[in-house]
Design a protein around this ligand. Structure first.
Ligand SMILES: *Cc1c(COP(=O)(O)O)cnc(C)c1O
Ligand SMILES: [Zn+2]
Length: 411
């Protein structure tokens, strides 16, 4: 049984069958999965969902697959943490961390989107998957294709962080490092995708892939006791995650699973690659492509595919967007670590830094619920902070030496 109607153009509304397609033939707009919401509403309830296993597939009626999932059966259900210490540091009363830094199996929210894309690719009969990645997607595609017995070709900018490269090659993946930025990698991959009949998770499979991001917001709402937060802060690379969080909230409202709460959506970028927040702040209709220069490499997309729609969501929801400098990103990583004991990567540093800015600006109010989406793990971007954190105290294995040191450490 399938609840997916087909694909629909976000611009002109033209409908397409369920195929590995991503661009409208009429207007070149992006295609998106469309659902039979009336039938889904009859089929799910809070009680039904609560009885299911704790993974992204507990919301399977709102994910774009027709058969049972085959990839990523353990993915999702990451913690939502009531962040009291961070709240105290930022002067807000109700703030939560959605912690996808511990997503299974590759420690970023990309495990969600790849599970959906690959399960769909198997339905379509593909035996090879590929991607253009800023790092975390490469990790997720490598791990999940390997576990799912699919062949893979993974394209990345050659100069990514070491842990993102090793966290791809370790699975024996076919990794191709491109001498260029992500936007060059993506351009090449569009050509490769046209020529080779592979499932490119973020190109020809993009309408299915992108839907996987909704699971993060579904979980947040369920974890809040079937409630939507007043405010959500989300990092943006292509802008896809942000638009899908919004779609997920609307869907849960349509299904009657949550009450409408007027949730406002805030986007976070690194100042060194901020085409979306720059356009938003300047009220430009379109954004200017940029050449990224930031330590937040996972967010370094200079021509964001969903940037326009992300801007629309921020405006329509009554939210806003901000950007953070490299130093603010590092400080954001350290703030989250030192308050909540959570080590996030540079993208998480961006999100924390932007949250802090928006609170200081009075844009985020102090007494309403705020959910901050932490999307990746700090162990993968250690070179970004290595010069900014304290070193261990090195002594001989000698009690007196320790006692001497202890005098300087105790407070
Ligand atoms: C890919 C990525 C994002 C955002 O991705 P979108 O392209 O905007 O959907 C956010 N955080 C991390 C850590 C990522 O790897
Ligand atoms: Zn169209």
């Amino acid at each position: 049984m399938s609840f997916v109607k087909g694909l629909k153009c976000k611009e002109c509304g033209e409908e397409y069958p369920k195929e590995p397609l991503h661009v409208c033939e009429m207007c070149f707009g992006p295609l998106e999965a469309a659902y039979k919401y009336d039938e889904i509403k009859e089929s799910i309830s809070r009680e039904i969902i609560e009885k299911r296993d704790h993974n992204i597939w507990r919301y399977k009626e709102l994910l774009p697959i027709d058969k049972d999932p085959t990839i990523g059966l353990e993915v999702g259900h990451t913690p939502l943490i009531r962040a009291h210490n961070l709240g105290k540091a930022l002067g807000v009363s109700e703030i939560y961390i959605k912690n996808d830094a511990v997503c299974f199996p590759t420690l970023s929210f990309k495990d969600r989107v790849v599970s959906v894309a690959l399960s769909k690719a198997i339905e379509f009969g593909f035996d090879t998957a590929a991607c253009a990645s800023t790092g975390n997607l490469a990790n997720a595609v490598a791990a999940l294709t390997t576990a799912g017995n699919l062949k893979n070709y993974i394209f990345i900018p050659y100069d990514l962080e070491q842990a993102k490269i090793i966290g791809t090659t370790v699975y024996g993946a076919n990794v191709i490092g491109i001498k260029g930025a992500y936007d060059d990698v993506n351009r090449l991959c569009s050509e490769v995708a046209g020529k080779f009949g592979w499932a490119f998770v973020n190109i020809n499979m993009r309408p299915y892939y992108a839907e996987g991001s909704k699971s993060l917001a579904f979980e947040v709402m369920e974890q809040l006791g079937w409630r939507t937060p007043k405010h959500m802060v989300i990092p943006m690379a292509s802008g896809s995650l942000l638009t899908k969080v919004w779609k997920a909230i609307k869907e849960f409202e349509i299904m009657g699973l949550v009450k409408e709460n007027g949730t406002k959506i805030y986007g976070a970028q690194a100042k060194g690659c901020s085409p979306i927040t720059t356009a938003l702040k300047n009220k430009w209709e379109i954004f200017k492509p940029v050449k990224p220069n930031t330590i937040a490499k996972s967010l370094a997309i200079g021509t964001p595919a969903d940037g326009f729609y992300a801007m629309q969501v921020m405006n329509e929801s009554g939210g806003w967007g901000e950007d953070a400098t490299d130093q603010e990103i590092i400080d954001g990583i350290k703030l989250l670590a030192s308050t909540e004991g959570i080590f996030t990567e540079t993208a998480g540093g961006v999100t924390i830094a932007v949250t802090k800015k928006l609170i200081e600006q009075g844009v985020l109010p102090k007494n309403e619920s705020i959910v901050v989406c932490i999307t990746g793990n700090g162990l993968k971007t250690q070179e970004a902070i290595v010069d900014d954190i304290s070193e261990p105290h090195i002594i001989d294995a000698n009690l007196e030496e320790f006692e001497e040191l202890y005098e300087t450490l105790k407070d």
